[in-house]
Write a protein that binds this ligand. Structure first.
Ligand code: PLP
Length: 437
């Protein structure tokens, strides 16, 4: 499997053409592979656990479209369901039965969900959940955790000020300071910092939004008591607790992190697995809150393509397979084997490393660790990561091209795939050390 920085001409032609007509040549920034000093992978097709580039080189895929493909690429039941749906019409702009069926399934599976509104992206879901929280509480501030990503809506693109920031700076030009000032940030897993915010701003706080397992700064699990502590503090102050389960939903357990950790939020956002690779997401919660959404209530939110029949068919088909096969324990076992294998390979070579698996999400940092927050994650060796990354890619492994992204395992990854990955990682670490030496 040849690949890497010197990829075949076919791919590099496309890189040039893409860069001419699309900013950075991509539709989403991290696809540019900038952080690892490479040119982008141009995907040709995917099958099971493998993605093939446009020159036909295959890679074992641990990105899986950034999470949605829990059954692997082109899972036959999903492809068949989407094909059937497409024959019936690509979009109706009208109610249809599949969206009701998918909503019913979410209500049955996710503990905090009694009603659902479908949208087209995780960004829309979190943005809309915050609007609903503000409407329900009559308050304006939100609290998020440093290193958590909730999509690219203005209010979420906020860096931390020093310590417990109260007036944050926008993370991107184009975000008005007045908007970012409504977002407070504190370190992940830090209840004392939350308390300090509450002491000063509790009566203005509409919502605390959190990735219940942080997957956008590598992988950071919640420390014991963290999610329970957030629940108790929200109950005390009247802020709503929003679990952003766009990544963890149907990944860390069938009913998401709220099932796994036994903490039920006020509002839940879902995406990725729920659409099986099509643009589907949702925000959801108890009836009394969701009934505030238009047309039942006054909180406006709409979408031309929301509840799209192809997306609903894909999600239903994928969730039906999950229900029938119940792969969660097996997925977690394989994902843990992968992480333990990578950590053992690193440590046996004297490379500091730590990491973990939660369900079929995983992450490894090149630092002693343990990592509890974004600050800790940023302490990892990103230069070594880039060398390691390139060496892995050359050995046919497709990992997320950033030290700050979770990886995923699908039901299509076999024990043999995991073993081959661990062996290739060992070789790649040797190569990365050689370059360093
Ligand atoms: N929330 C979380 C936890 C995510 O991981 C992401 C995307 O990765 C989003 C929200 C945004 O979703 P989307 O990219 O579909 O807008």
């Amino acid at each position: 499997m040849s690949a890497g920085p010197g990829r075949p001409a076919a791919a590099s032609d496309w890189v040039g053409r893409a860069r001419t007509v699309m900013p950075g040549g991509v539709s989403s920034p991290v696809r540019a592979f900038d952080a690892v000093g490479m040119t982008p992978l141009f995907a040709g097709r995917g099958e099971g656990a493998r993605i093939f580039d446009d020159a036909g080189c295959g890679y074992l895929d641990y990105v899986l479209s950034w999470g949605p493909l829990i059954l692997g690429h082109a899972a036959p039941p999903v492809v068949e369901a989407v094909t059937r749906a497409a024959r019936d019409g690509m979009s109706f702009g009208a109610c249809h039965t599949r969206e009701v069926e998918l909503a019913e399934r979410l209500v049955a599976w996710v503990p905090g969900v009694e009603m659902v509104r479908f949208v087209n992206s995780g960004t829309e879901a979190t943005m809309s959940a915050v609007r609903l929280a503000r409407a329900a509480t009559g308050r304006d501030l939100i609290l998020k955790f440093q290193g958590c990503y909730h999509g690219h809506a203005d209010g979420f693109l906020v860096v931390a000020g020093s310590g417990v920031a109260t007036l944050s700076l926008p993370d991107s030009p184009g975000v008005p300071g007045a908007v970012s000032a409504l977002t407070l940030t504190v370190p992940y897993n830090d209840l004392e910092a939350v308390d300090a915010i509450l002491a000063e701003h509790g009566s203005r706080l509409a919502a605390v939004i959190v990735e219940p397992v942080a997957g956008n700064a590598g992988l950071i699990p919640p420390r014991a008591g963290f999610l329970e502590g957030l629940r108790a503090r929200c109950d005390r102050t009247g802020a709503l607790l929003i679990f952003d389960e766009v990544m963890t939903g149907f990944r860390v357990a069938r009913g998401g992190a709220q099932e796994r950790y036994g903490v039920v939020p006020d509002l839940t956002t879902l995406g990725k697995v729920v659409g099986a690779g099509l643009p589907v997401a949702a925000y959801a919660g108890p009836r009394d809150l969701m009934q505030r959404v238009a047309p039942e209530g006054t909180v406006y939110q709409a979408g031309t393509l929301s509840g799209n029949p192809l997306g609903m068919a894909a999600g239903l088909a994928q969730l039906a397979v999950l229900e029938r096969t119940d792969p969660f324990a097996e997925l977690e076992r394989r994902t843990s084997t992968l992480v333990e294998g990578i950590l053992a390979a690193a440590r046996s070579r004297g490379i500091p490393a730590c990491g973990t698996a939660v369900g079929s999400m995983w992450g490894v940092y090149f630092t002693e660790g343990p990592v509890f927050d974004f600050e800790g994650a940023r302490g990892a060796d990103t230069e070594f990561f880039a060398r390691y990354y390139r060496a892995c890619f050359e050995r046919g492994l497709f990992f997320a091209p950033s030290a700050f992204e979770a990886g995923f395992v699908s039901a299509a990854h076999t024990d043999a795939d995991i073993a081959a990955t661990v062996a290739a990682v060992g070789d790649a670490l040797d190569a990365a050390l050689d370059v360093a030496g």
